[in-house]
Each structure stands twice: as structure tokens, then as C-alpha cells.
Design a protein around this ligand. Structure first.
Ligand code: DC
Length: 221
């Protein structure tokens, strides 16, 4: 069967990660979480003491950055300069920093190449903000997933509850700030591609969304 390149874009908490993983699983495809790459750059900047507004500093950092995914028995891990940073990139501080560095041209340029190389063999589900608009405008199937801010915050809170120490109100505040940053930046802002299939998951179960997505994918295979 023809191998497809599938993209899923949308704001934080829309269900992209869960759905991308489930789809990749069902189709025996690779799953790529591109937000993890932006988080990896943010953590590297934090370690190097580079301010997210220091574009020259970020450009230099990207030039020497060694960031890669490896598959292990514990799932896919993100490796920075040989060190496993999969867990460190999920803190509230790195989350907010990732949104800030993702608005910078040098960072987007660097990760554009990295992501396109990862997509060369197709048979993959890419999750992010600009997958269908900028990184893979010719993707075979594009989804844009959304849900109400309240539902997205509640989902995110369930994931981080007892891990980051944040309250539901803090999670919702950070989510709204990131929504604004990610949608209003001039470079590759979060928005649906004209040919994206839009799904609002506010009132839908995970299974219902997967079934809808698989039905669309089936028509393109
Ligand atoms: O999906 P996430 O929450 O892990 O992403 C973290 C940040 O990275 C998000 O606030 C915006 C940025 N990002 C981006 O600009 N483009 C992508 N394709 C993926 C993430």
C-alpha cells in the first residue's frame, strides 16, 4: 500500500500527541513530535545561558546543536549532545521558552531542514503547528485539530497534575499565552492549511476522532 505523509497541526491540548501516536500505531508509521524539537532548542538555550530574544546567540547555538530522536525500549527519546532530555523538556519553564524561541527565524530555518529530512521516506505522522502549511505543503493528508480553550487546559492539566506543581488556572493561563504567541507570530504562525481537514475534538471521544481520521486516510491510500 502507498506510504503517506500525514500532518496534524493545532494548538496545545487539542489532542495531537495522543491521536498522532494512535494513528502511527494503527498504520505502522513513524510518529514525529516536532514540538519536542522546539523544546530541545529551548532547553539547549537555557543550558547555554542564551536569552530567547538573542537571535545571533540562537543562530550560533543552532549551528552547533546535535539534536536527534532515538528509538529505544522505553519509546522514542530526544537526545541533546548525547544526553537524554526527554523528561527535562516538559517543565513549565521550557514549555514557555519553546514558544518564544519558535518565533525566531534562525531556529525555524534550522528545524525546517531537520524535519524535512525526517520526512523523506514518508510513512510518517508529523505533529506540530506548521506541518501542513510550511514544512510539508505537499503532505498527502493534513489535519487541523482544535478544541475549546477550557477543554484543552483541562486535558493538559490532567497530564501535568502532580508532576509540575501547576494549578489548573496556571495551566490555562500559560496555554492562552502560548496560543497567542504561536498564532500571532509573523513566521509560520499556527493556522490551518487551506486543504486541511478540520476536526473539533471538544465534544468527541478519542476513538471517534481516530475513526474520522482513518476514514479520510483510507480514501488517499
Ligand atoms: O507541541 P508543543 O506544545 O510541544 O510545542 C512547543 C512549542 O513549540 C509551541 O508552543 C510552539 C512551538 N512549535 C512550533 O512553533 N512549530 C511546530 N511545528 C511545533 C511546535
Amino acid at each position: 500500500m502507498k506510504k503517506l505523509l500525514i500532518t496534524i497541526d493545532g494548538p496545545a491540548g487539542a489532542g495531537k500527541t495522543t491521536l498522532s501516536r494512535a494513528l502511527a500505531d494503527r498504520l505502522s508509521y513513524t510518529y514525529i513530535d516536532t514540538g519536542a524539537l522546539y523544546r530541545g532548542v529551548a532547553l539547549a538555550a537555557l543550558y547555554a545561558g542564551i536569552d530567547p530574544e538573542d537571535e545571533a546567540g540562537l543562530e550560533g547555538l543552532c549551528r552547533r546543536l546535535r539534536l536527534e530522536f532515538i528509538r529505544t525500549g522505553r519509546g522514542t527519546r530526544l537526545i541533546l549532545e548525547g544526553k537524554d532530555i526527554t523528561d527535562q523538556i516538559r517543565t513549565p519553564e521550557v514549555t514557555m521558552l519553546s514558544s518564544a524561541v519558535s518565533a525566531k527565524p534562525a531556529v525555524r530555518r534550522f528545524l525546517l531542514d531537520v524535519q524535512r529530512r525526517m520526512g523523506e521516506n514518508k510513512g510518517a505522522v508529523f505533529e506540530g503547528r506548521d506541518m501542513g502549511t510550511v514544512v510539508f505543503p505537499d503532505a498527502d493528508v493534513k489535519f487541523f485539530l482544535d478544541a475549546s480553550p477550557e477543554v484543552r487546559a483541562a486535558r493538559r492539566y490532567k497530564e501535568v497534575e502532580g508532576v509540575t506543581g501547576q494549578t489548573l488556572e496556571e495551566v490555562e493561563r500559560d496555554l492562552r499565552i502560548r496560543d497567542r504567541n504561536d498564532s500571532s507570530r509573523s513566521l509560520a504562525p499556527l493556522k490551518p492549511a487551506p486543504d486541511a481537514i478540520r476536526i473539533d475534538s471538544t465534544a468527541l471521544s478519542l476513538e471517534a476522532v481516530i475513526d474520522t481520521m482513518l476514514a479520510h486516510i483510507q480514501t488517499r491510500r
